[in-house]
Design a protein around this ligand. Sequence first.
Ligand code: 13P
Length: 339
Amino acid sequence: MAQELYDTARAIVADHRGILAADESTGTIKKRFDAIGLDSTEDNRRHYRQLLFTAPDMENSIGGVIMYDETIRQATDDGTPFAEVLASKGVVPGIKVDTGAQDQAGFPGEKITEGLDGLRGRLEEYRELGARFAKWRAVITIGDGIPSVGCIRANAHALARYAALCQEAGIVPIVEPEVLMDADNTIERCFDVTSRTLKWTFHELLVQRVDLRGALLKPNMVISGKGCSEQAPASRIAELTVECFLTHVPAAIPGIVFLSGGQSEVEATDNLNAINQVGGPWPLSFSYGRALQQAALATWNGDAANVESAQAVFAHRARMNALAAAGEWSAELEEQVAV
Ligand code: 13P
């Protein structure tokens, strides 16, 4: 069982591949569809995910796909379950298993992620449905006097208990402690908060006997807050991100897959590329939602006639990120191979 976990974790990030996060909850995908004026019906959601999962050549750049509960139960037009479609292309099917971040009692302005109750049974069912990895996202907010150690530790503990249950079920846990980039903080403050968050996360993972060789870390990059007047360049993001991770993340982790967190598509690629030019002992790859889907969703625009061009846009974006995961991306290259 342990060997299977190690093999799965390594396979997801092998050959500089990364992860497509297509696990938007029903509420979040509605927001994305609203932006293109499309009704968020179950069939529209199915058509959109089908477009992504069946995109030609996406498997060269994508090693795993995170689905939502509804999505892992859906199938292509010909009735093949999505998990089967992905697995047959060598892409590992994954599932989001947390039930969302709620206000943390006693900690104004801070969130705690829920979903541990009944998780053992849900994991068993998801494995039967084909999932071989899972995701749980903790949210850490930067603000006046926050994050508190009470919030960081509660979230780290929940992540560790989730990760232990996943490994028991033969599912690789993706551990996602996301420090949000929405505030006006400097990159140095992000460095400090990300460092504290990672320190407690790995402390709890080890206390809860999680085998790091069978888990992946999905963190934020160390980056300036969106509202900060001074935006650090990619070279500084890379320098501080790698320094932070070298200090707090054991080399036993088989991969670090960054979230995009609100960066634009090219920004997220550029920053990942810069991070890989500095490099570290782990594969440094991506697990992007918005930064892999924005242009593809706009190109599709809910119209069946646009499916092929939207698939080409998605495969191109994925390819650019796989190049960045190898540190081999450049802006010129992006233009040369643009679809
Ligand atoms: P973004 O890349 O859009 O931040 O989404 C990744 C994700 O799965 C966040 O939990």
